[in-house]
Write a protein that binds this ligand. Structure first.
Ligand SMILES: C[S@@+](CC[C@H](N)C(=O)[O-])C[C@H]1O[C@@H](n2cnc3c(N)ncnc32)[C@H](O)[C@@H]1O
Ligand code: SF4
Length: 396
């Protein structure tokens, strides 16, 4: 516990006077094969995909959530996985029709779908577009075939390039590409060559993640040879320069975008907005002003059990956050990932706490050079972002 733990507020818990924007996350859990580094709630698809049955379960899940979001408009939808592009056109159409029937989607809402280059085809992309998907996020990871093999990917670089071409042909103009760096046996020349080729594919957005060894993955059990810290630091410094020179603005730790092409869905998470989470293992966060609480909701992870039990109380683990410190830390954990930080009014509005509650740890973080000394804004310095967990400990 830090010396500067959050000061007690006048009331014991948070007070919410306004509601933040609302998003919707839909989890589709199957993949062609499980990648050895991946700890997402995803499963190798064995046999025919129960995609229609699953979509119907997801729509039942949505109906069970509606009482929590009466009258609110949904600003963004993200269909993630897993590999949503494995789902048939009919299943995705059914999903989007069902969402539109039960929810009010904001005009021009961003609707993203994740695709794996090993599970795409022209007709399916065209049907996804026609069904209302207006942003594609394609998991490419690398354009070096030896690295793709080392990552256990089901596609090669030719298929990855083809996926981007197919997306364009289908009419997608808003395209994110996921790339990873610090791959097994990686060097800085290879990683930067990857990034150059990513830029040549001319996406509107790039997510550039450092490969991490996650618990309960094949890579954690048998770690591949990863590059040294100095190599990783060099890749990051030069990679960020390369992306900036190519016109990509870094707006979050791993997110880079062209002007006006930030991912509105992810921005809502980082800005501590609300979101419904439907599908196996999906997480949601909803502000409940009547309860003066934030509710975190998590669905059953196993897809089969999920489909059988969805909508029943046991299929959803709900936890109410009322403890000011826990809420403040969650708020900052998200907001301080953003390079521009957030206006401090959002702390008051979305964490439901008085700004004085964090005055002492905030001062301490400024003194340590971890927070920018900027009235009206909560923003980490580059040094603060590097040690985000230590920075957050000041607020615990
Ligand atoms: C749900 S996946 C995206 C779509 C699709 N399943 C695919 O892999 O092509 C989200 C992204 O997270 C990133 N990712 C997954 N595991 C990671 C890890 N251990 N370290 C860093 N990034 C990871 C990958 O870039 C991946 O594309
Ligand atoms: S395809 Fe994506 S979600 Fe599926 S196992 Fe690989 S990284 Fe994970």
């Amino acid at each position: 516990m830090s010396l500067h733990a959050i000061a007690p507020t006048a009331s014991a818990g948070p007070t919410f006077t306004a509601l933040p924007p609302l998003s919707l996350y839909v989890h589709l859990p199957w993949c062609v094969r499980k990648c050895p580094y991946c700890d997402f709630n995803s499963y190798e698809a064995r046999g025919p995909l129960a995609d229609i049955e699953y979509v119907d379960a997801v729509l039942r899940d949505l109906r069970s959530e509606l009482p929590n979001v009466q009258g609110r408009h949904v600003q963004t939808v993200f269909i993630g996985g897993g590999t949503p592009s494995l789902f048939s056109a009919v299943a995705i159409q059914r999903l989007l029709r069902g969402l539109a029937a039960d929810l009010t989607l904001a005009r021009g809402a961003e609707i993203t779908l994740e695709a794996n280059p090993g599970a795409v085809d022209a007709a399916r992309f065209a049907a996804f577009r026609a069904a209302g998907v207006n942003r594609l996020s394609i998991g490419i990871q690398s354009l070096r075939d030896d690295r793709l093999r080392a990552l256990g990917r089901v596609h090669d670089s030719r298929e990855a390039r083809r996926a981007v071409e197919l997306a364009r042909t289908a009419g997608f103009t808003n395209i994110n590409l996921d790339f990873m760096y610090a791959l097994p046996n990686d060097d800085s020349a290879g990683a930067l060559a990857d990034l150059e080729q990513a830029v040549e594919l001319a996406p509107t957005h790039l997510s550039w993640y450092q490969l991490t060894l996650e618990p309960n993955t094949a890579f954690e059990r048998r770690p591949p040879p990863l590059p040294a810290d100095e190599t990783v630091a060099e890749i990051e410094t030069r990679g960020r320069e390369l992306l900036a020179a190519a016109g990509f603005v870094r707006y979050e730790i791993s997110a880079y975008s062209r002007a006006q092409s930030e991912c509105a869905h992810n921005l809502n998470y980082w800005r501590f907005g609300d979101y419904l989470g439907i599908g196996a293992g999906a997480h949601g966060k909803i502000t409940l002003p009547a309860m003066q609480a934030i509710e975190r909701r998590a669905k059953t992870r196993n897809p089969r059990t999920y489909m059988e039990t969805v909508g029943a109380p046991a299929a959803c683990n709900a936890q109410r956050l009322t403890e000011p410190r826990a809420i403040a830390v969650e708020f900052l954990l998200n907001a301080l990932r953003l390079l521009e930080g957030v206006p401090q009014e959002w702390f008051v509005e979305r964490a439901g706490l008085r700004i004085e509650a964090i005055a002492a740890p905030r001062r301490e973080a400024v003194d340590r050079g971890w927070l920018v000394n900027e009235p009206g804004r909560l923003r980490a310095t580059p040094a603060g972002r590097e040690v985000l967990n230590r920075l957050l400990e000041l607020f615990v």
